[in-house]
Design a binder for this molecule. Structure first.
Ligand code: C2E
Ligand code: CA
Ligand code: CA
Ligand code: CA
Length: 276
């Protein structure tokens, strides 16, 4: 047994050494990619279900020279602190893109940017956001900051006060991946939330499964009672889109419309819509 124990230990220490090395390697690659402007933002259209028009967009990070999805490298950026320069780049790139579309006469109701709770906790983040949006004349009410629900579970007083400061500065807030955090819904009363982005796992079953549609219905009712708008994520079929519209859901995004597009393609997408 002793022998086995030692082998197991060796195995675990080798495994963790390998992981640490992978992380270190990824961190170095990401640092280089930031310097070399290797990251891109793509934009996924967000539709108003009433008018059936694209009225907003969510910025999603892409790293084209690798096959890695943001879920695979953002956690490492968070662990290593790289999320701060990376997050600054993401926010300033998105704000500049908004300004470009604005100058071209393409008015989006809002632009949604994902932020990490670590950015919120960073002193100076809010002041930076304020000076950035001022510089590009982006009205703060047109910037939506998406924060994942799971992160709010660890809501420290500091995060709460930062969220309130953001709201006071005029920015709008969305709870991302809503429904996946197993949280008490109490926090919704305490936070100044504008949008609930219902996680796409809830959309999957709404057509075939009565329980799934009942759950979705309950989320919609609650949001309406609290004066919070719903953004349905992961809409993939026309049946899902129509069902959501019937329930009074305001906004939707998903592969039914399109995946996230590089800026030039997003522009063409808007052009095609205004010609239609
Ligand atoms: P998220 O914010 O929940 O983003 C939605 C994800 O679902 C995106 O994956 C998007 O491409 C994908 N998606 C959109 N519509 C559909 C659909 O109809 N069906 C399916 N199956 N998937 C759909 P992506 O781009 O791989 O992003 C994954 C996660 O990485 C994001 O989840 C977000 O948490 C994080 N992330 C992405 N960009 C950023 C960023 O700029 N900053 C931060 N902090 N996190 C980001
Ligand atoms: Ca998001
Ligand atoms: Ca989400
Ligand atoms: Ca997510």
């Amino acid at each position: 047994a002793r022998q086995t124990g030692r082998n197991t230990l060796d195995y675990f220490s080798e495994e963790s050494a390998r992981r640490a090395q992978e992380k270190w390697h990824l961190e170095r690659q990401m640092t280089e990619a930031l310097a070399a402007h290797d990251f891109q933002l793509h934009y996924q259209p967000i539709f108003d279900l009433d008018s059936n028009r694209c009225i907003a967009a969510e910025a999603l990070l892409r790293w084209p020279s690798t096959q890695l999805a943001p879920d695979q490298f953002i956690p490492v950026a968070e662990e290593t602190g790289l999320i701060h320069p990376m997050g600054n780049w993401i926010l300033s790139t998105a704000v500049r893109q908004w300004a470009q579309w604005h100058d071209e006469g393409r008015e989006l109701t809002y632009l949604s940017v994902n932020i990490s709770v670590l950015q919120l906790q960073q002193p100076g983040f809010i002041d930076q956001a304020i000076s950035l949006t001022k510089q590009y004349h982006l009205p703060p009410g047109r910037l939506v900051l998406e924060i994942t629900e799971s992160i709010l579970l660890q809501t420290s007083p500091n995060v709460l006060s930062q969220i309130n400061r953001l709201r006071q500065a005029g920015y709008r807030l969305a709870i991302d991946d809503f429904g996946t955090g197993f949280s008490s819904l109490n926090y919704l009363k305490q936070l100044p939330i504008d949008y609930l982005k219902v996680d796409r796992s809830f959309v999957e079953g709404i057509i075939e499964n009565n329980q799934d549609s009942a759950i979705y219905r309950a989320i919609v009712d609650m949001a309406m009672a609290m004066d919070i708008e719903i953004v349905a994520e992961g809409v993939e079929t026309p049946q899902q889109m129509l069902w959501l519209k019937q329930q009074g859901v305001t906004f939707a995004q998903g592969y039914f419309y399109t995946q996230a597009l590089p800026p030039e393609k997003f522009t063409l997408y808007l052009n095609a819509q205004s010609e239609a």
